[in-house]
Design a protein around this ligand. Structure first.
Ligand code: NAG
Ligand code: NAG
Ligand code: NAG
Ligand code: NAG
Ligand code: CU
Length: 678
């Protein structure tokens, strides 16, 4: 009993300062970083279509134009003031020209409209991809090619692939895709049944076929064994596990206000971008020791996903995809299914996006937000050394997860941002879905005497080797935006005294990166601790406050630096880069990625070698997977994950999780009607 009172007092102290900023957010209507609403998409569409009434306009990318950081921060400091002006940016295509349009959403006017005439194009729309994929069915040579193979045309489905760039001086005006086709006929797993050897080339602006190749015939892999639908799978099955339930009788402990989320010591903002997917902004943490809210991350998002395949066949060499810049990673978001994609205690958030004609499209359940209580331990200690005393202290880990899933054609990416009460932010990506396979004549490994670019996964099915590189834009602002990047190299030191029992130890040699060149890090060659610090803010012990990057993946590219896909994907050449903050440097593969020449990438910006010490800086981290498929990836991949942690490092005066109060005990007897646990 005597223990309970201070506990409650502490809890009250803990929550009071969190509630006050929440209420002030509630008092204002709109957050300046909120994604475009349905009516805002309508304003943009009608402004643009009204000024060009007789033309077919393709809306390739429509997004909130970022307000300046300064204007967002000063609004945040005083949310009663006028928020920064809401503007939108639209990249549209008509009459074979790309237009960049800036719109004032309050005045409902076009601020600027300029034609972009450099290399590269904005992401495809779904409508264009569907239209292009439908063309082969009425193209006589294609129809003949299917007939020659004995295929039923109505069972053939096709998909669009970006063509990349291979040094050719192609006419800049031509937006081209390749169309590759698959055979359903008894399967929905189309990607396991490629019609190999046939390639159709489409001009997207003309929306007509400009090339057709039928190089060879190989068997279509069998439909048998490709099924993955629960309702269609055949026994035997593993017996089901016993039921489990996640109950929060008092509801979740987080609050969502529009797109702002508060949970435990964290506040942040979630939004969706057609290109990036989830954007986490203004992540700040309440420091109970200092009794104040402290900035951690201004913005974090996936800037690009680079997926080059390692097959040099004519039908495959160009498959070097940029899933954000070419396909719109956020545009590929899919509605999350309650209880399957997210646990029972999840709360869902809907979003809007612009369709190809600019009309707003609502998507339900784009994000789910939930408290994860997965049986992990936040911290513990058992102390048995003190005579006649046993101390046992342990706390369960409960964290907050924001999840989105994007299905980019065959692949599904599960994107999680996780917040811990310790101050850590964890980003995780899970890869699942379907492989891209090549049909081949082989039915057994022993028959293969040539390079086939991947293992045989099933009869006539080669799982082509490829990479996934995910580049995160991490604009950390540790206690403000004047930050530095510290590289601490762990070095072995030999003992000077030959008679001393120890011959060596390791020490830390810390260096502040002065310019961009100092901050290009390739993992695997040396062991570094990488910390973003605020050099002007120190702990009482004198250490600069910071956040450390703990990568789980240290994969680097294996393509030659002069290979065209790698020139376009040069942002993956290093695992870490640091650049000075620049509102227009968001997309690691450049603003116009489709058919880009690699002249506007993170790698080219970094060549300016700007100063990054004690400045507003952005850290870019690339994690990678070299994917050598295996039979377990057929007919569908079990999730493969990786990620990184941003962990407070001398940010707090001491361990903040000592101040975490364990959750209320839930008395399950109250839930006997609904629970499986009795
Ligand atoms: C616009 O597109 C539609 C559908 O593709 C087509 O029927 C129509 O002729 C096009 N209009 C113009 C002006 O190009
Ligand atoms: C910001 O980035 C753009 C695009 O890379 C560049 O043109 C511009 O010069 C940069 N601004 C500064 C101040 O570096
Ligand atoms: C749970 O609730 C039941 C019924 O109200 C009560 O009898 C029991 O003592 C409670 N158990 C705990 C651990 O609080
Ligand atoms: C559980 O049941 C007890 C007894 O009926 C009640 O006092 C208590 O408030 C209930 N708890 C919840 C969380 O509903
Ligand atoms: Cu893969």
């Amino acid at each position: 009993m005597s223990k309970e009172i201070p506990n409650k007092m502490e809890k009250l102290l803990f929550f009071l300062p969190l509630i006050i900023p929440l209420l002030s957010v509630a008092a204002t209507c709109r957050h300046p970083l909120d994604p475009l609403s349905s009516s805002e998409f309508e304003i943009i569409r009608s402004l643009i279509t009204n000024s060009n009434p007789s033309t077919n306009i393709t809306f390739q990318y429509v997004a909130l134009a970022d307000p300046t950081k300064q204007s967002v921060l000063s609004w945040l400091a005083n949310p009663k003031t006028r928020p920064p002006p809401r503007r939108a940016t639209a990249t549209i295509r008509f009459n074979k020209a790309t237009h960049e349009i800036l719109i004032d959403l309050e005045k409902k006017t076009m601020i600027s409209n300029r034609v972009y005439s450099g290399t590269g194009y904005a992401p495809f729309t779904f409508e264009e991809q569907f239209a292009a994929a439908a063309l082969p069915a009425s193209h006589p040579p294609f129809v003949a090619a299917m007939k020659k193979r004995g295929l039923k045309l109505e069972e053939v489905v096709c998909a669009c692939f970006s063509v990349g760039w291979f040094g050719e001086k192609r006419k800049v005006e031509q937006r081209i895709v390749k169309v590759q086709c698959y055979y359903l006929d008894g399967s929905v797993n189309l990607y396991m049944r490629p019609v190999e050897g046939v390639t159709v080339t489409v001009d997207l602006d003309e929306m007509k076929i400009i090339g057709f190749r039928d190089r060879y015939v190989v068997p279509i892999p069998k439909a048998g064994g490709t099924e993955y639908r629960e309702s269609m799978l055949k026994p035997p099955f593993l017996p089901p596990l016993n039921g489990m339930k996640m109950v929060q009788p008092d509801g979740p402990s987080f609050q969502i206000n529009g797109h702002s989320v508060s949970w435990a010591n964290w506040n942040f903002h979630v939004s969706l971008d057609e290109r990036a997917g989830p954007i986490i902004s203004l992540a700040s943490i309440y420091d109970i020791q200092k009794q104040k809210r402290r900035q951690v991350m201004y913005r974090g998002f996936i800037s690009e996903l680079f997926v080059p395949y390692m097959d040099l066949n004519e039908e495959w060499y160009y498959r070097t995809f940029f899933d954000a810049g070419e396909y719109g990673f956020g545009q590929c978001a899919v509605p999350l299914q309650p209880l399957r994609d997210c646990p029972e205690n999840a709360v869902f958030m809907d979003t809007y996006m612009a369709a190809g004609d600019g009309r707003p499209m609502k998507m339900s359940n784009t994000f789910c937000i939930f408290e994860r209580h997965g049986g992990d331990i936040m911290w513990r200690h058992t102390e048995g050394t003190i005579p006649n005393t046993l101390i046992r202290e342990t706390r369960a880990e409960i964290s907050l997860v924001v999840r989105m899933v994007a299905a980019v054609g065959n692949y599904d990416y599960i994107v999680d941002w996780e917040f811990k009460q310790s101050g850590s932010i964890i980003a995780n990506v899970g890869l699942t879905g379907l492989l891209e396979v090549r049909a081949s004549k082989y039915t057994h490994k022993d028959q293969i005497k040539e390079e086939v670019y991947g293992p045989l996964l099933a009869e006539n099915t080669i799982g082509v080797r490829h990479d996934h590189f995910l580049t995160y834009h991490l604009d950390l602002d540790i206690d403000g935006d004047a930050n530095s990047f510290l590289k601490s190299n762990l070095r072995t030191i030999r003992s000077q005294d030959p008679d001393y029992p120890r011959r060596s130890y390791w020490t830390v040699v810390t260096e502040t990166a002065k310019t961009e060149a100092d901050a290009r890090i390739k993992f695997g060659f040396q062991q570094d601790e990488l910390v973003v610090v605020n050099p002007n803010q120190r702990t009482r012990m004198g250490n600069p406050v910071g956040y450390r990057l703990i990568p789980k993946s240290t994969t680097s590219p294996l393509l030659s630096a002069d290979d065209y896909p790698q020139i376009r994907g040069a942002f993956s050449n290093y695992n870490v880069w640091v650049t000075p903050y620049n509102r227009s440097e968001k997309w690691a593969s450049g603003l116009y990625t489709d058919q880009s020449h690699g002249d506007d990438t993170l790698a080219t910006w970094s060549l300016r070698d700007r100063e990054i010490e004690d400045k507003d800086i952005v850290m870019w981290y690339t994690m990678g997977f070299h994917h050598v498929p295996c039979q377990e990836d057929f007919p569908l991949m079990p999730t493969l994950s990786s990620g990184f942690e941003l962990r407070p490092t001398n940010f707090f005066e001491s361990n903040p999780v000592l101040k975490v109060t364990p959750p209320h005990i839930v008395n399950l007897t109250n839930f006997s009607q609904t629970s499986n646990h009795n």
